[in-house]
Design a binder for this molecule. Sequence first.
Ligand code: SF4
Length: 473
Amino acid sequence: MSPTIFGGADGARLIARQGRQRSVLFVSAGLLQPKKRDHPLARRQLYLNYGALGLATLCEVNGLDTLMVHGEHEHPSALVQRLHQQGRISADTQVLLSIPSFYALEWSRLFCEAVKRADRGARIVVGGRWVTGPDKAWLQGVLPHADLIVQGVGEQLLPGLLDFQGQWQAPADCGLNHRLVEGFARYQPSIETSRGCGRGCAFCEERAIPLEDLKAPTLIVKELQRIIADYGDQTVRPYFQSSYLVPKRRWAEQLADQVQRAGIDVAWRCESRVDSVKPNAVAALAAAGMKVIDLGLESASLQQLRHMNKAPEPRRYLDAASELLETCASHGIWVKLNVLLYAGETARTLDETRRWLDAHAQYFKGLSVGPVVVYGPNSHCADFLQELRLLGASPVDPASAQAGGVTQMHLSAELSSEQAELESLALSRRYMTQSDYFDLKCFSYYPRDYSHAQFERDVAACDVSRLPFRLPA
Ligand code: SF4
């Protein structure tokens, strides 16, 4: 079956259904295997698809029968069978499949096939802008059972996609209704705090998407109150979702003040750049509940920082990083650093990064290390691949971009893809203990009812050579 654009055959079919409201089923695509390393711990991780949940929340606000399901590591056929038996997939269902990453494509293809096998009348709309944006025609070829592929941000398109009859409501303060998520209590909640970035890092899809304003503290407090009410207590650990959080001191102080006046005592996590959270805002952020911050350091090699266009003045960037790390540590905030092994990486550049990390090891709790990966089919990634080639990198499999939208790289003549994986694991293990890893993962990614005893059983079942942390002596 070929996909059609909205208003074509599907539009006609929808019109024929007027008067009969379809239920809406949001599905966040899962993975056939974990995207990095496959071991029992990796299969425990949960990622709340907060973008799709925002759309689901709007549907519910507008009175539609709405459910959201995460594919996680469940096989798509088994998931469809389960949902079909529950009456959640039928000719009256709009299935909105959100694909958060190219790694989820094969899962998505099997899912669409299974939905059409279960009921050919169910309509499948595919979204997820990082995956649908690069090349719609290519994606239609990969997902032939999808009825419609939507590019861009979904909010404005939603009423048209659903053929909604009436006045569509989109209140600015509706936040996220976590209770729409099947098994919501297992997931740590999210609060979307800002969108976009525009700081130009060569490897990042947000490099040219302008930064929007931070959400007002009053709205964040309102969302925290709703989360506490929905989950029933203050043990939740929300993730403040922004690719690039830039909190000014004044904003942080207002947030701290309002959080405290509302009697909220919830620890939260966020992500930013090392040179964008000003140290003078950290005390107020800590008072507002910030406990963990993920910082995209990427490298401490001056050459590599320039190659990835991370910072025009790498020395100043690293000085800012030093100051922020020290300040966070002095306020009891856990820092997790992200390090990216990039095109042109060599033993020398790795050593530069390692020496900087050694000098700051007491200020961060963990780090996540991985090599650059190129996403999208040829039409999308050719220029970036050429840029990486000029820096000395080469694709492991030149056909993989077109086949599945993911290209692994040999980083230089000195550092193959396999060696980069070993170096990534070695660097993580150098600084991160098993208990640091558990604390950080438990805070945001493991199911809320996942125990330390279960973690230890999972560790025992893993191939230790694939784990990114040191086992206790
Ligand atoms: S600062 Fe972060 S979000 Fe912004 S372009 Fe760079 S990597 Fe992307």
